[in-house]
Ligand binder design. Structure first.
Ligand SMILES: Cc1cc2nc3c(=O)[nH]c(=O)nc-3n(C[C@H](O)[C@H](O)[C@H](O)COP(=O)(O)OP(=O)(O)OC[C@H]3O[C@@H](n4cnc5c(N)ncnc54)[C@H](O)[C@@H]3O)c2cc1C
Length: 367
């Protein structure tokens, strides 16, 4: 998502861009599919209009403890629900139509920087190389390209699972339901479907053997999750699953490659704004890359300014996200947290503000 947005942005500013994507659009991926409205001005500036995809408009938030105690608050900024299958395909089609070269089913195996020519050399799995003035790394949470980075060396206990459901459920609500060693989000996407996505630990799955057993034995202990799991029609033959999801701090520049989105840092999914951060990171990177490509800044200034702006924009959100995630997962603690916060809705809204940004991209109001 960050890569396609930056490609649209830089193309609109007059640059030639190639996107390399190892899969072929459209495809499903593990994601809660709730997009914070903070992205709307930027999407509008990119002349991308998610309304064309008939998203669900989401205005309310509900949180439940493992025992099913709930609290609910209105969402100050709100968001929309749209599947990644539809949204990524839409951005890809826009990029292709605007002259971006998109190499699909093509994997990047290495990127190196040559200081004598001040160029990057990107090596593809089929042996081809691309020589370019800049490379933006928007390759997500974890890739073979991360092998040398410190977070890659440590195993992460988290795994994510996603289903699409048909269900009789409010379409303006995003709910986050806690269970032992994890939490699940549910919200509407386009065409009357719901995205049901959860984060848990590898250990939890190992203990129960299969995804179905984990859902029956652990998730369904929360009565609100039991109701969803019992009443829903599951639309995928198999859920989408990913593992090794690391929330460890990362750097936003590696060997002169600017990184954006999850490649630079993944916010815990309960904050529901990883996509907004990927888009915002694309905007920051595009602005600085444009100045560099126009000859207005040196590479050293490009990197210093991007690092400074990236940390100013996302540093606190990532820290608060990690802190908040620590409050959930352990049943007794999350019971206590939901039990106290339900009498203190102002605190819930304050926490949300600290894990979200302001609208970005231009100064127009929401659609
Ligand atoms: C369980 C879970 C739930 C979430 N729920 C939400 C939510 O509700 N709302 C929200 O805003 N965020 C959510 N997120 C976070 C969100 O999904 C990410 O922050 C967002 O997708 C990041 O976008 P990106 O552009 O950085 O990476 P991605 O969108 O992951 O794109 C990276 C792309 O790079 C490609 N790639 C990787 N390596 C290579 C290579 N070597 N060569 C070529 N291509 C490569 C991949 O195929 C992929 O298409 C959730 C995350 C998880 C784990």
């Amino acid at each position: 998502m960050g890569g396609l947005a930056a490609a649209l942005d830089l193309t609109a500013r007059g640059h030639r861009v190639t996107v390399v994507e190892k899969k072929q659009y459209p495809f499903h991926r593990v994601c809660g599919e709730y997009v914070s409205n903070e992205v709307l001005p930027y999407l509008r500036r990119l002349q991308a209009d998610p309304r064309e995809l008939n998203p669900a408009r989401i205005t309310r938030f509900l949180l439940s403890s493992p025992a099913g105690r709930t609290l609910s608050v209105p969402l100050d900024m709100g968001g929309f629900g749209i599947s990644r299958f539809a949204l990524d395909e839409y951005l890809f089609q826009l990029a292709a139509a605007r002259g971006v070269t998109v190499l699909q089913r093509t994997t990047v195996t290495a990127v190196s920087y040559d200081p004598t020519t001040d160029r990057h050399i990107t090596t593809l799995a089929d042996g081809r190389t691309l020589t370019t003035r800049v490379v933006l790394g928007a390759y997500g949470k974890r890739s073979a390209l991360d092998r040398q980075r410190s977070f890659f060396q440590k195993r992460s206990p988290y795994l994510g699972v996603k289903h699409h459901l048909r269900l009789d459920y409010p379409s303006d609500l995003i709910a986050l339901h806690n269970f032992s060693d994890g939490y699940a989000g549910i919200s509407a996407v386009e065409d009357g479907r719901y995205c049901f996505c959860y984060l848990t630990t590898r250990q939890n799955l190992k203990q129960h053997g299969t995804i179905a057993a984990l859902e029956q034995n652990v998730l369904a202990a929360n009565p609100l999750l039991r109701k969803i799991l019992t009443n829903a029609e599951f639309l995928y033959p198999q859920p989408e699953v990913i593992n090794e999801i690391s929330f460890a701090p990362k750097s936003c520049i590696e060997d002169h490659v600017l990184l954006c989105g999850d490649a630079a840092g993944l916010i815990t999914p309960l904050c529901g704004n990883g996509m907004a951060m990927a888009l915002h990171g694309a905007q920051l990177a595009s602005t600085h890359l444009h100045d560099f490509l126009q000859g207005r800044t040196t590479r050293a200034t490009l990197e210093a300014r991007y690092r400074r702006d990236w940390h100013a924009q996302f540093g606190q959100r990532l820290r608060v996200g990690r802190l908040v995630q620590g409050l959930f997962g352990k049943p007794l603690l999350s019971e206590a947290v939901v039990g106290s916060l339900r009498h203190w809705p102002g605190a819930v809204r304050a926490l949300m503000r600290r894990t979200h940004g302001e609208e970005f991209g231009d100064d127009l109001a929401q659609w």
